[in-house]
Design a protein around this ligand. Sequence first.
Ligand code: NAP
Length: 304
Amino acid sequence: MKMYDIGIVGGGAAGMTAAVYGQRAGKRTIIFEGTTFGGQIASSLHVENYPGIASISGAEFSFALLKQAKDQGAETKQAQVIDIKEIDGVMVIQTADEKISCKTVIIASGVTPRKLGIPKERELIGAGVSYCATCDGAFFRGLDVAVNGGGNTALEDAEFLSNYCNRVYLIHRRDAFRGEESLVEVLRGKENVEFVLNSTIKEIVGETEVTGLVLVNKETEAESTIDVSGVFVAIGQVPDNERFGGIVSLDSYGFVLSAEDCMTSHPQIFAAGDCRTKEVRQLTTAAADGAVAALAACKYLAFR
Ligand code: NAP
């Protein structure tokens, strides 16, 4: 049976950087990605905070990193990992179709968009409910839409959508944004962007597609309805690590418990990027983790 030195779960910036480092250290690596190579960054319009690169699109960055990993000899597999088991000292990575043996594993599974958890949200995904403005915004050209959230993602989404849409409601549960003031200033200058503060979405209206939102003002508790064709939910990210909870320790939020050395509670498993416990979740720190985790895996392989 084929045996890899390093099996990497997740083809985002952390996972692909780990593959580059693993291959360059002479290790046989394979990356598993269930959706899009590049992860979150693949849908960013502009990346302007990666050292040495003034500006690049997320898609271009992802493609270049994937090419770099493949050129170094990394193998890739388009498949969702559903389980990791240890059998007689070998790590067995399981997808829906097969089991692949590895000496070490790097979990770089990233995060997924947090859901609102309100009526109609799940049913209307793809029919007006979206978690990615840059992916879906063009479908709403000339229409009225809402963005929910107060972080940089919501602010950037609102700015992006204001270029396509007739009206953009930016709904945030507090009266101050968490995201950067410079972005808030840009939005204040846009005639077709309306801030709806101290408000939450109680309900999404629509049978087969989104037609409106029921909002609640948190101060007055008054309910109101706005007519929109789409709602872009940008209320942060959550880990998706339950499937790994049997083999590595997770914190109470579901992040893989790991320090800056990227070690986990299992000696053959390392964690890199947004999926692990850490302070700063950025492209640069994901890439840095990929390097640290790969070198830690190499060290394990050398001294086991
Ligand atoms: P975030 O910064 O965690 O912001 C999430 C926002 O959603 C917060 O405003 C939060 O409200 C709100 N929220 C959370 N749960 C909610 C709920 N159940 N209902 C309603 N609102 C809810 O997430 P993010 O904007 O996705 O950004 C994640 C990280 O990526 C941040 O570090 C961000 O700076 C970074 N980022 C950077 C860039 C860039 O540099 N260009 C672009 C995008 C993102 P509260 O404020 O009340 O908590």
